[in-house]
Design a protein around this ligand. Sequence first.
Ligand code: 13P
Length: 245
Amino acid sequence: MRKIAAGNWKMNGTSSNLSEITLLADRHPKSDVEILICPPATLLGNASRLPGSITIGAQNCHTSQSGAHTGEISAQMIAELGAKYVIIGHSERRANNGETDNIVKKKAMVVQKEGLTPIVCIGESLKQRENGQTIAIIKEQLNGSLSSDAAKSPIVIAYEPVWAIGTGHIPSMSEISKVHEFCRKQLQKRFGDIAVRIPLLYGGSVKGSNAAEIFALKNVNGALVGGASLKADDFSQIVKALEDA
Ligand code: 13P
């Protein structure tokens, strides 16, 4: 399985920031890691046309291919712009845009139908963790966000504890290990042997300084990175750690 270093720029970046992608490509001209940048939708077309090895992805799409949905963007439109992945069900969208597991499942299906790869995000809140519900929440989100055909086309799962996002706090290595192992087993139970090929990413305050120990964990196949993906200098350290893992 090819490891993935994915950067989620969230609502950051205008055309002047495209140079960071070029810089990143220059730093990693031939990588065995899939280096993915998910810029805002406005930059998808220009980012996809840049020379170099960086793959481009989107951060969201609608559940429908077209129709009366003012302001929305479909997977088909994203594909036309040259993007290859779509982040689906990020906790910020689950919290701020009312995205339920069922909506996430529909989005993942429409993304796969377009030949793109969904990165389905799951993760517990601080309260859920403190109440000892982490594994139960992960199980519920994993089952509810994936259709019965989900493993028939490429798909990626990103475990992002909500409380670790943008806070500088990360779970202990054994906690990350435990969740990733649970995800792998759960996926195998549901989809069979094919599930060993589903990349499992960790996300939440990944930085150059903690990347190596996270990537050394079994069942961690890469990272979904927010803040530290905005600058090529920072993200490159994470990519390097994954290349060396
Ligand atoms: P940070 O890396 O800034 O914590 O963000 C993680 C994230 O939400 C990536 O999708």
